[in-house]
Design a protein around this ligand. Structure first.
Ligand code: GAR
Length: 190
């Protein structure tokens, strides 16, 4: 049973979906949710779901080994689900191919610094894209550049607003993220 630690910065609907998925599995279990935002809605979800949560600050993440030491003790797999800070090199180095992110677009399009959440969907709308999607990828030292594990697409119509696009993308995320995480765990056990 792999111990999964989720990082989230905001609402945490993906975090909740992943927690629920693994509640009936023997492959993995979400043991903790970590956040950089003490007001994040994900903290309410954790309380309701009875999952341990921890808030950390810039100091603990970027300038000391506080978060790294916690992860070394507690995590087999780190899942970013709407986490908006760049993961420091020391953490990436200690967890090669053990940190996975989901990006709400078809990378390499609409990736990089500042491209997150609604910013991505607004840019997709402005460019009149006919499709968008999700990218699940390993995390390396550069934003949104680690090896791609999985992508899924959704078609867009001219009438779709940025909010409609967000909804379509979230549906794809809920459908695929948990099972892709499980596939990664199973492939490591082979
Ligand atoms: C998700 O759509 C996720 O792909 C995106 O933030 C949203 C979080 O929603 N992540 C990024 O943009 C990272 N660059 P949630 O908090 O409801 O899961």
């Amino acid at each position: 049973m792999k111990r999964i630690v989720i990082f989230a910065s905001g609402s945490g609907s993906n975090a909740e979906n992943i927690i629920g998925f693994f509640q009936t599995k023997t492959t993995g279990e979400v043991t903790h949710v970590l956040t950089n935002n003490e007001h994040a809605k994900v903290l309410d979800r954790c309380k309701r779901l009875n999952v341990s949560s921890l808030v950390f600050n810039r100091e603990g993440f970027f300038k000391s080994d506080k978060v790294l030491d916690f992860l070394k003790k507690e995590a087999d797999l780190i899942i970013l689900a709407g986490f908006l800070w760049k993961v420091p090199e020391a953490i990436v180095k200690n967890f090669p191919n053990k940190i996975i992110n989901i990006h709400p677009a078809l990378l390499p399009k609409y990736g990089g610094k500042g491209m997150y959440g609604s910013h991505v969907h607004k840019a997709v709308k402005e460019n009149n894209e006919q499709e968008t999607g999700i990218t699940i990828h390993y995390v390396n030292e550069h934003y949104d550049e680690g090896a791609i594990i999985f992508q899924a697409k959704t078609e867009l119509t001219e009438q779709d607003s940025a909010e409609d696009i967000a909804k379509k993308v979230h549906e794809l995320e809920y459908k695929h993220y948990p099972s892709i995480i499980e596939k990664v765990i199973l492939s490591e056990n082979e």
